[in-house]
Design a protein around this ligand. Structure first.
Ligand SMILES: [Zn+2]
Length: 294
């Protein structure tokens, strides 16, 4: 495909509001005990904030046979049809069913016009009504119109439904290999169409996820959860691929977390617990936000 001059259309994260972090963790663990965080390893002199456990909690739905209701809050017939079509790419590989037109109790609520962006709540965060009230979207497709290119439809819908199933951004994978050209990153995303503040750029692009949300896979440059970044934003100058469909690792990841009947048993540990227990050094303190473990 020819190089597109379209501005960078990037998904941004929709975390729960910080005051809902503990509630979100309780909901996540009641949905799937595997979301329980691993025990923190505290080095001498380190202390742990009461919120720390919440920050290390996973967000996956129950691992077997979960049906997730999906409700459209707006959108044309074509928009609804295309969203449904591409969302179901995941269900070929995951023991999850999307019940479209699932009514008022639907966990996933979709808008096409809440704002110009595309985003989704991550996994069980959909249930955190403090941040995502029942009459408001948990997912938005701001630039997908009836006549948008089908490949773009697939890229964006599969990506956002990956978040709804609990997947994180691949470019924020702590095992990721992207070395950002920071001045270029700040210059690019502080301008249109994103117009992000430095904090927003840090959150959406630069910061790697804390180990709690680590999906415990190696960095996958072909993941649908990785967005395409141009070469000038990356030290070494090699662009990330414009991934538009599920990679083999994506299929494996989702099949491990939501195994189909008859599939090999999932690893005993949860996604969260499968990650190495985070280690806190002397003087280091976990606090709400994104703890870094050097
Ligand atoms: Zn995203």
């Amino acid at each position: 495909m020819a190089k597109s001059k379209t501005p960078l259309h990037l998904c941004f994260d929709r975390p729960v509001a910080s005051q809902h972090t503990v509630a979100a963790a309780k909901i996540a663990i009641s949905e799937n005990k595997g979301n329980q965080p691993p025990p923190l390893v505290l080095g001498p002199g380190a202390s742990s904030h009461p919120l720390s456990m919440a920050l290390f909690t996973g967000k996956m739905w129950p691992s077997s046979g979960k049906t997730l209701g999906v409700r459209f809050l707006d959108g044309s017939k074509t928009q609804r049809k295309l969203a449904q079509k591409y969302a179901n790419e995941w269900t070929q590989f995951a023991n999850v069913t999307f019940k479209f037109n699932g009514g008022a109790s639907s966990e996933i609520r979709i808008s096409f016009q809440a704002d110009p962006g595309s985003w989704s709540a991550v996994g069980t965060d959909c249930l955190v009504t403090g941040t995502f009230p029942k009459n408001q979207p948990t997912m938005n497709f701001g630039w997908l119109k009836d006549d948008t290119d089908p490949v773009e439809w697939r890229r964006v819908v599969v990506h956002e439904f990956g978040h709804a199933l609990g997947a994180i951004h691949e470019h924020q994978n702590p095992k990721g290999g992207i070395q950002w050209n920071l001045p270029a990153v700040y210059a690019t995303f502080s301008g249109p169409p994103n117009n992000w503040s430095k904090d927003e750029i840090d959150f959406n692009i630069v910061q790697k996820y804390s180990i709690d949300q680590l999906n415990a896979t190696e960095y996958d440059p072909e993941s649908i959860m990785l967005y395409s970044f141009p070469a000038q934003l990356i030290i070494g100058g090699v662009a990330t691929a414009n991934n538009t469909d599920l990679s083999d690792e994506d299929k494996k990841f989702i099949g491990t977390n939501y195994p189909k009947k008859g599939a090999a048993k999932p690893a005993k540990q949860s996604v969260a617990a499968a990650a190495a227990a985070p280690k806190l050094k002397s003087g280091q303190r976990v606090h709400p936000g994104f703890p870094k473990f050097a």
